[in-house]
Ligand binder design. Structure first.
Ligand code: ADP
Ligand code: MG
Length: 234
């Protein structure tokens, strides 16, 4: 089991008002799954991917990643786990504004810990990997541009390339195709599928788009913070 959620609750507090965004989620994701979290706006998709990506901690319950319970880990251990195991694609991209597209995509390779797979790559191997990904997402001609010079959809694709560059075991994406036209959405999904098939990376992504969730081998339907149903196909 590469990811497991055990009775996960998330309660947001705004002054005196409390709101349960997740209400006792139980979920198991297997290695190599290509899993979608589907549901309408406000159903808890972002909250749930943030729990799985160790971006935010549950109010109650336990998140297990790569066979490790994460509840007792220090901030440093959590950061290390995020760097080593997880590629996270934020809905808001989080590209660094002063680095160009190539440098943004290369960055996780430079942050890799000594001894990790990515740290073993020399400069030429890094360049090859980054350029291949930029080609796959259709941004080869934008590699010297700054994020501010890109459209929303192009920034989205750069963020996706960055999340995949060091071949993380787990890739988590919050609505990865929300800003893309259908051609680029298809391109991004094809790339995710290719990484899934070639490296056995586990993908879990939220979406409210039916054409996207139909490409998943598992779909978890969220409604008001509860898993309403699940579908699986071989
Ligand atoms: P989705 O991604 O499916 O649209 P979210 O996880 O963003 O859903 O939000 C689920 C619910 O939690 C919504 O009702 C939203 O208003 C609420 N919510 C999300 N983030 C916060 C927050 N930081 N503070 C208070 N309420 C929040
Ligand atoms: Mg959301």
């Amino acid at each position: 089991m590469v990811i497991a959620l055990h009775d996960v609750w998330k309660t947001y507090t705004m002054g005196k008002v409390r709101f349960d965004a997740l209400k006792g989620i139980n979920l198991e994701i297997r290695r190599g799954d290509f899993a979608a979290i589907a549901g309408p706006s406000g159903s808890g998709k972002t909250t749930m991917v943030n729990m799985i990506g160790l971006v935010d901690a549950p109010t109650r319950g336990e998140v297990e990643i790569d066979g490790r319970r994460t509840g007792g880990l220090s901030r440093r251990e959590l950061t290390r786990m995020r760097q080593d195991v997880i590629g996270f694609i934020f809905q808001s991209f989080n590209l660094l504004p002063t680095l160009n597209v190539f440098e943004n995509v290369e960055l996780p390779l430079l942050l890799g810990r000594r001894g990790s797979r990515s740290a073993a790559l020399d400069k030429n191997a890094r360049r090859e990997r980054v350029e291949q990904l930029l080609e796959d997402v259709g941004l080869a001609d934008k590699r010297r541009n700054l994020p501010s010079e890109l459209s929303g959809g192009q920034q989205q694709r750069a963020a996706i390339a960055r999340s995949l560059v060091n071949q993380p075991k787990i890739v988590i994406a919050d609505e990865p195709t929300a800003n893309l036209d259908s051609e680029n959405a298809r391109r991004v999904l094809d790339l995710m599928k290719k990484e899934n098939a070639e490296y056995g990376a586990t993908f879990i992504f939220s979406t409210h788009d039916k054409t996207i969730w139909e490409m998943a081998n598992r779909v978890v339907f969220l409604h008001d913070g509860i898993i309403e149903s699940e579908a699986a196909r071989q």
